[in-house]
Design a protein around this ligand. Structure first.
Ligand code: CA
Ligand code: CA
Ligand code: CA
Length: 333
């Protein structure tokens, strides 16, 4: 009996380890499939920040590995503001400008302004490769629009990531909430991931599900040298709990914001957590549903350097491992 249990635990452990190092080829949907987030959210700049968007623009980075030499596309789901998915205020009158940048000035490791974290700094560094304004056009409602093709070498080269591209969505007029998603694809008409590609942002503005049983996740990556992480959340509307989970953290409750304000708290980092992601879990308040909750999250390390969020978490989804105990296998007699 004891022997069986020990073998079982060993197998469980191997299974868990295997799960954690599995490479993820689905690096390009935004939001990612493990995040359980319905949409990104950007309001027209005449909107109120109390509706959940702190700055009326979003900045995302897409990376193409240098081994990939074919053309690729950036696809946007529901790029318009109107119809099925978007958040109306009065009547729909919002226009959003999507811009895709490549070349020098894009790489946020070299050009901090490019990260788009602080309002008023120039997050548009790089060469403009494509752009388009969407209002309330029915022909793009609940459908994909495709930017491209793009040549990988028109990105900003970084030896760690390959070629980096930046996609900015700005609410240039109106006051409604534009909900949308992205996908980096090797095909103009289907979502086929670019092998080895990645996506990240530094400031994540998103919509929660209108379902209090649904838990959303985002995954900041813990790079070398991180001692603690400071999280900042905006306009959470006191909608339940934000918990932090990792291999070593079972669920640390974070300070949460109410309406139209930022709150922050610190998360200590263990040396063993370096090189993996944290799991920020968004648990909605039970009982009375907080509807159409849009939220902003950003994180930084002890030096004030912003952390990247990868919709497909680097190192896989962290799993709390307290239950694992090594039971020695008895020697055969
Ligand atoms: Ca409106
Ligand atoms: Ca939309
Ligand atoms: Ca909100």
């Amino acid at each position: 009996m004891r022997l069986n249990k020990a073998i079982y635990i060993k197998y469980l452990f191997m299974l868990l380890i295997g799960f954690m190092v599995l490479p993820d080829s689905n690096g390009q949907p935004v939001p990612g499939k493990d995040e359980n987030i319905p949409f990104l959210c950007t309001f027209g700049k005449q909107g109120l920040t109390s509706w959940g968007d702190a700055d009326f623009y979003s900045v995302w980075f897409f990376t193409v590995p240098k081994e990939y030499t074919k053309q690729f596309y950036i696809r946007v789901f529901d790029p318009d503001t109107g119809g099925e998915n978007d958040e109306i205020q009065g009547e729909f009158n919002t226009k959003c400008l999507y811009s895709i940048y490549g070349g020098k000035g894009v790489d946020p490791d070299k050009n901090e302004d490019s990260r788009g974290i602080e309002k008023g700094r120039n997050y548009k560094g790089g060469n403009l490769l494509a752009s388009k304004i969407f209002g309330g056009e029915a022909k793009y409602d609940n459908k994909w629009y495709t930017f491209g093709p793009f040549n990988p070498t028109s990105g900003d080269y970084n030896p760690k990531w390959g070629y980096i591209f930046k996609v900015v969505c700005e609410g240039i007029s109106g006051d409604d909430g534009n909900l949308y998603r992205y996908f980096m694809s090797r095909d103009p008409n289907n979502n086929l991931p670019v092998e080895g590609g990645n996506v990240y942002t530094y400031k994540y503005t998103f919509r929660m599900w209108n379902d209090f049983r649904s838990v959303s996740h985002i995954y900041p990556y813990i790079d070398t040298g991180v001692i603690y992480v400071k999280q900042h959340n905006f306009d959470w509307d006191n909608d339940g709990h934000i918990l932090v989970v990792s291999k070593y953290k079972q669920g640390i409750d974070q300070t949460v914001s109410g309406q139209d304000n930022w709150e922050e708290s610190r998360i200590p980092i263990e040396p063993q957590e370096i090189g993996s992601s944290l799991d920020f879990q968004f648990h909605k308040k039970q009982g009375e549903l907080v509807k159409n909750n849009n939220v902003v999250i950003r994180t930084e390390n002890q030096r004030g350097d912003a952390l990247k969020f990868f919709p497909s978490p680097i190192g896989g989804i962290p799993v709390y491992q307290a239950i694992i105990r090594v039971i020695p296998v008895p020697k055969p007699k």
